[in-house]
Write a protein that binds this ligand. Structure first.
Ligand SMILES: Cc1cc2nc3c(=O)[nH]c(=O)nc-3n(C[C@H](O)[C@H](O)[C@H](O)COP(=O)(O)OP(=O)(O)OC[C@H]3O[C@@H](n4cnc5c(N)ncnc54)[C@H](O)[C@@H]3O)c2cc1C
Length: 501
């Protein structure tokens, strides 16, 4: 009997040899072109980069390619959205406009073309895509930053009776529904399905809202626990902060959702929760376009185990699932993946906006390097913290085994948002840029940061402001932002990883 292991090994060696045979002349031609034909700095302005998806990864790539080459960005949605702050729409601190930019204007100002539709088919070998409007587009290099899509709510009634929580317009819809209900009813019950980061942030923001927060009864449902991706101490602290609020937790396998109706949510253990508004915050899954590329009848790119993206190497080029015969895989060098849809082969990255930004920029740099026949650079991730908001109850900072809590992290989270949005608005005309930055920052200052610094209670406020405001305000700021910060968990990441080995 022939050994199957040996056969597979032999076939992969053969496939490698065939690929090398076909791709070597191509590489040699590219090298010659760069060394002989175009000596000096190579002009790549006639090259065409297609960017699929115009949010974090796509925008970062588009910014890096400004004035470098011809760029087309394709996205079915009209606005760039700062997703990490959509919970602030629920608290009433921000409006949709504060979190978004019109893509057509933004990309046009960068000198790029924006097409508002989706990419239906990507053919990397032919270097072309078919768009939702049936138009075909060719490219020299393509950056895919299409993110993930919210996992559909497949339980009976889920699609009809829950509102997703992935885009600003969904958050706006929930806020409007609750405001209307709170005007009519004495109490309003909300069920949040999904106790991950976005579910917890949504819960905190709902409680913070002055227009309906006091009238709310909240259920939070998750078949695991709250914030399962973080240490237990964080979960315990979140529960502690919510103890005095009208929040009921339903967590664990028996609390999986069985059915949703217009006014209730039924759990596996038989409990039926009355629910005026039901919010679906469960995680994300692979976009159709990514599934297509991983399909065994298609290119068989390697799907990532996280169920969201596909596997890329350190240069952000895709990895093949199996060796393939008969054609060179030089096309891989023209295709880059960035953000949530990319899982780097030996780096474990959370699905976070700042990774998407860094990867988008890196993919753009490598696309230029490809045009110049330079070796691509490897991506190294910047190890940045995760900031979690629990309304005005608490803010958390999670980084390298450390979890801390305190209001200084609210200021930190807000500053990241303000700085990035101000930077993006600089692309617009000066008048629009200053207006939007002014609106965003004054709103944060007057509704969020300053009120948080003032002592609670009207008389306390008057007393501290009027006798000596010059002392009272800095004192309040000190108390809020310097003292009162807590470390709630620390595990040395180095000893932890040593323990695991
Ligand atoms: C509620 C919530 C809270 C979050 N909080 C945080 C946080 O606090 N900190 C943090 O760092 N991250 C946070 N995240 C995660 C963060 O938003 C994502 O990691 C980030 O959006 C990923 O960026 P991306 O560019 O890869 O994908 P996305 O932002 O998802 O953008 C993908 C874009 O591709 C487009 N697209 C999809 N398919 C196609 C197609 N076929 N053709 C063309 N275009 C397509 C989509 O319309 C979309 O605009 C949060 C996410 C959510 C939902």
């Amino acid at each position: 009997m022939p050994d199957i292991g040996q056969q597979t090994e032999r076939s992969s060696v053969m496939a490698d040899a065939i690929n090398k045979l076909v791709s070597t002349p191509l590489r040699a031609a590219k090298w010659l072109r760069s060394r002989l034909v175009l000596s000096g700095d190579i002009d790549v302005s006639d090259r065409h980069v297609l960017i699929i998806g115009g949010n974090f990864g796509g925008l970062a790539a588009a910014l890096a390619l400004q004035n470098v080459c011809r760029v087309t960005v394709v996205d079915p949605r009209p606005d760039f959205e700062w997703t990490p702050h959509i919970h602030d729409i629920l608290s009433g601190l921000k409006l949709k406009d504060h979190l978004s930019f019109d893509r057509a204007r933004l990309f046009q100002r960068l000198g790029h073309e924006f097409i508002q539709t989706s990419v239906e088919v990507l053919d990397p070998i032919g270097r072309r895509v078919t768009l939702g409007n049936d138009r075909e587009l060719r490219y020299d290099a393509c950056i895919v930053a299409c993110g993930g899509v919210q996992r559909p709510n497949v339980v009976p009634g889920g699609q009809q009776h829950t509102t997703g929580f992935r885009h600003a317009d969904q958050a706006e819809l929930i806020e409007h529904q609750l405001t209307a209900l709170a005007d009519k009813q004495k109490a309003v019950t909300v069920t949040i399905i999904g106790g991950g980061l976005s579910g917890v942030e949504a819960m905190g923001s709902l409680l913070r809202n002055k227009r309906f927060g006091g009238k709310l009864n909240l259920h939070i449902v998750d078949a695991q626990d709250l914030l399962p991706a973080f240490p237990d101490e964080l979960t315990k602290d979140v529960r502690k902060q919510l103890k005095k609020k009208k929040v009921t937790f339903h967590t664990g396998p028996k609390c999986a959702v069985k059915r949703v109706s217009r006014s209730s949510v039924e759990l596996l253990d038989g409990q039926v929760l009355q629910s005026d508004v039901t919010i679906w915050t469960a995680g994300i899954q692979r976009q159709g376009l990514i599934s297509q590329l991983c399909d065994e009848k298609n290119l068989q790119l390697k799907a990532a185990d996280d169920g969201i993206g596909l596997v890329v190497d350190n240069a952000l080029n895709p990895v093949l699932d199996k060796p393939q015969y008969g054609y060179a895989d030089a096309w891989r060098e023209t295709l880059f993946f960035a953000g949530d849809c990319a899982s780097i082969v030996d780096q474990k990255l959370d699905k976070q906006a700042y990774h998407a930004l860094d990867m988008g920029e890196h993919a753009a740099e490598n696309a230029i390097r490809y045009f110049k026949a330079d070796k691509p650079n490897n991506f190294t991730n910047a190890n940045k913290p995760v900031l979690i908001a629990l309304g005005d109850l608490e803010h958390y900072f999670a980084w390298n085994g450390l979890i801390a809590a305190g209001s200084v992290f609210e200021a930190m989270k807000e500053s990241v948002f303000q700085v990035y949005m101000a930077r993006y608005s600089l692309v617009l005309e000066l008048k629009d840029a200053s207006l939007s930055t002014w609106r965003r920052s004054t709103r944060a200052l007057t509704r969020q940061l300053l009120p948080g610094m003032l002592p609670s209670g009207f008389w306390q406020t008057v007393e501290s402001l009027f006798p000596n405001p010059l002392v009272a305000l800095p004192r309040a700021a000190l108390r809020r932002f310097i003292f009162g910060q807590r470390i709630i968990h620390y595990a040395n990441p180095f000893t932890e990883s040593a323990d695991q080995t």
